[in-house]
Design a protein around this ligand. Structure first.
Ligand code: GCV
Length: 645
């Protein structure tokens, strides 16, 4: 096998509870049968030899699988005498089996669990292209596409297993920037291949989603318009959906990036985003399909002299006035921050504004701006912060977690042996699954569990790995872009430092630093972005003193000698962070080195190599950002450390 099984590579256990010797119950659905298979093979890998007594009650301690019919996701795992009873629908049995196996692997004898997922849609978005490349992919090539065509292999099945094992139930296999052969996914040219993928995913309760191009009626149908109100266009979509949904079971719907970064969309025809989304919603609705409509709509050709247009405002400006105008089967897909997956952004205000429209929160575990899976950056604590964020809107529906209806993440996988490029990045894949199921899950506990499942239960290893993962986001933040400003990376690649790179580009992501001041003024005298939040939050962000310091430069333009709460100047704080960030990354790398004789040599070596690159790059970030600021301001570091004048 040319890939690892990640956390599903069950390790032998010295002691297992007596009930692991016998399994009873006879699941009837495909998912239930998969659950039984997983249970048997998982227990075998741990060293048990379970006897399967289909349907029979057992007088010896056993695990009893009780399958309910229906689509309910609720799962109950409870102690029953000296054994365990697992009850749920077919897919829930899968969730329960994986939960049981994970907890047995963690050394828990009688794990009890009564749970249901917080959201009905918990999915991964792949930015895979038909030619096999992956946009912003950092772990090799696509395992969904090869030579211009979708492919279904053994790996597809193991991928579905990985998803189900952490509670995920959907994946969109192609890039939102639909081009090349991917356009033809809609036409049925690849019906056979898509059907195989769909069935393979379905066995593990994972639905298939596809990205489609809004102008497909022109690109594929030969029409001269894609106007969503045009009768021919509507007819084309309806017929296309009829063929596609009939041919491909388990197709859940479409994800669309429209009117964004050069993509076609309803604005081209003077129509609203709602008119565009609803037309597609009507086309998929006879098949129970859903439309995931991205809100990443902004002007990407903003002139630097225009200080009023603000990319951060765009989501709310475009979508808040349309609240309530979308069909029930439309979900607005909203990136977690108002700009674009920077290491720190405020939570998107649009998530606090929609009262009558379903929203789908979009995270990114592909580490586009967070070290590209060459740096360790455990993102789950950040996701938890975002889910816990309070909008001060309606008391009964105030936290992000309570306002959204679904959740997704841009995937960090590829066909690398370890799936995620950096071995430690798999913690983000696992963690995203667990936190999508339960937004109150503890990121530290997730890290601990992932480490034990992946590297075994040696406490020294667990302590070191969790000690590296947990602070890693703050470490990356310290040596890269300070205090929420973002965008100091190299345009195009989005890797490594280039503080003014975006300043001379057209994407509207200016940081506006000069020799006196740095930051973007987003209060009422600036772009007015603060006013998109509820009055309480707007007041907090508007005030320089009340604005959370970690977001100070996101919201405000300040002089370098501005005094932070601890008395340091803004500039000194930035210098300090960059020095400290590098030192902390070096300490993480040293901690890893001490695991040399505790891990598989290949795994140890791969991660060590990544740490070398992380340190090289962290030093570059530190030196480039500090030197650039020193040369702009000519204010030296108070501690006299080395800055390259
Ligand atoms: C898939 C950013 C990325 C693009 C990505 C886009 C999006 O701009 O750099 O590669 O396109 O976000 O989310 O659509």
């Amino acid at each position: 096998m040319d890939y690892s099984l990640l956390w599903l590579d069950w390790k032998p256990k010295e002691v297992l509870p007596a009930y692991t010797k016998c399994i009873t119950g006879m699941p009837a659905t495909r998912q239930g049968k998969a659950a039984l298979r997983e249970l048997v093979s998982g227990l075998q890998a741990m060293g048990a030899e379970p006897e399967v007594r289909c349907g029979q009650a057992s007088s010896v301690p056993s695990i009893h699988l009780k399958e309910y019919l229906g689509k309910d996701d609720k799962v109950t795992l409870r102690r029953s005498g000296d054994g365990m009873e697992l009850a749920g629908s077919g897919t829930s049995l899968l969730y329960g089996v994986f939960h049981l196996l994970r907890h047995l692997a963690m050394g828990e004898e009688f794990p009890q669990w009564e749970s249901a997922p917080a959201y009905p849609i918990r999915m991964l978005d792949h930015w895979d292209n038909a030619d096999g490349s992956i946009e912003r992919g950092y772990a090799g090539l696509s395992f969904f596409f090869r030579d211009g065509k979708p492919v279904c292999t053994e790996r597809t099945r193991d991928y579905a297993r990985l998803l189900a094992s952490c509670g995920l139930n959907g994946c969109c296999i192609n890039n939102v920037n639909v081009h090349g052969n991917a356009l033809k996914l809609l036409t049925g040219s690849y019906k056979r291949e898509l059907k195989r993928i769909a069935l393979c995913l379905a066995e593990y309760g994972v639905s298939l989603w596809l990205c489609v191009s809004f102008s497909a009626p022109m690109e594929l149908g030969g029409l001269d318009t894609a106007d969503p109100l045009d009768g021919e266009v509507k007819r084309w979509w309806k017929e296309t959906c009829l063929h596609l949904f009939t041919a491909i079971p388990n197709l859940a719907g479409f994800l669309i990036k429209a009117d964004s970064e050069g993509r076609p969309g309803p604005h081209t025809y003077g129509r609203t985003q709602a008119e565009g989304a609803n037309m597609l919603a009507d086309a998929v609705s006879p098949f129970g399909g859903k439309i995931l409509w991205r809100c990443f709509v902004y002007n990407c050709t903003q002139d630097w002299r225009d200080t009023k247009t603000d990319r951060a405002r765009a989501q709310c400006d475009h979508f808040a006035p349309l609240d309530g105008q979308f069909r029930d089967n439309v979900y607005l897909q909203i990136k977690n921050g108002p700009v674009d997956f920077q290491i720190r952004e405020p939570v998107s205000p649009l998530l606090g504004r929609l009262e009558h429209t379903a929203s789908l929160l979009e995270f990114q575990i592909a580490q586009e701006y967070t070290g590209q899976q060459r740096h360790v950056c455990y993102l789950i604590p950040m996701f938890r912060e975002i889910l816990d964020f309070r909008f001060h809107s309606r008391p009964e529906r105030d936290r992000t977690a309570d306002r959204i209806s679904a959740v997704c993440a841009v995937s960090n996988t590829g066909n690398d042996y370890n799936w995620t490029g950096h071995d430690l990045a798999a913690a983000n894949l696992f963690g995203f699954g667990l936190i999508s199921w339960d937004p109150a899950a503890d990121p530290a506990e997730i890290a601990r569990e992932w480490s034990i499942l992946t590297f075994g239960d040696d406490p020294a290893v667990t302590e070191t790995v969790t000690g590296i993962l947990l602070p890693s986001r703050e470490v990356y933040e310290k040596y890269s872009s300070p205090l929420g400003i973002g965008w100091m990376c190299v345009p195009e690649t989005h890797y490594g430092p280039s503080p003014e790179g975006f300043e001379f580009d057209r994407w509207g992501t200016y940081i506006r630093a000069n020799h006196r001041e740095i930051g973007v003024e987003r209060g009422p005298e600036g772009t007015g972005f603060t006013e998109q939040y509820s009055p309480e939050l707007a007041a907090m962000y508007r005030g320089v003193a009340s604005c959370p310091e970690e977001l100070l430069l996101f919201f405000h333009r300040l002089p370098y000698d501005y005094r932070m709460k601890d008395g340091r100047t803004l500039l000194q704080r930035i210098y300090d962070d960059h020095f400290e960030g590098y030192e902390e990354a070096a300490a993480m790398s040293e901690a890893w080195d001490k695991l040399a004789d505790k891990l598989e040599p290949e795994v140890f070596r791969r991660v060590q190599e990544r740490f070398r690159e992380q340190l090289r790059c962290a030093a570059e970030w530190r030196d480039v950002v500090n030197t650039w600021l020193y040369r702009l301001t000519m204010i030296p570091d108070e501690k006299g450390r080395r800055i390259y004048p």
